[in-house]
Design a protein around this ligand. Sequence first.
Ligand SMILES: [Zn+2]
Length: 160
Amino acid sequence: MAKNVKPILVECPRRLIEGFKREAKRVFPKETYALLIGFDEESPAGRRVSITEIHYPEDAERFCTTQRADWQDAWLVDAAEHAKEAGTELIGDIHSHPWTRAEWEAINGIPGRQMSEEDCDKFKWNRIAGICRVYETRTGKLRASVRFWPPLTPVKMRIT
Ligand SMILES: [Zn+2]
């Protein structure tokens, strides 16, 4: 029988979410990427992740295109150092998935905030991930929305 697991509680101040949404809209239709900083604690009540800061790599725009956010190891090192100085830790990452009107109309519907297969393959770590979907409405406005995903455990496949 399937074993039940407790949900992870992710707490994030609205201003941080709004800040990321603004940045994701600013660079639209390119993706953007940032690191989540705060606390990640396990207790009998369950796992609780509190985001206290979002750390934006200075040169993120250089590595982000309309198709991908090519995160750099140096960004993680920087963010982890920054977190340590603040008495916190690196607890995850967040990136945007931009959709132009033509793109989402071509797939016949506004896309969700899911991770892509590539995202899942790339980031197998015991930390949360945020996805910010940004899409262009029929009137040309940009709408953004964020959701968080649990840590990913690598799965190796063996067909027998
Ligand atoms: Zn992605």
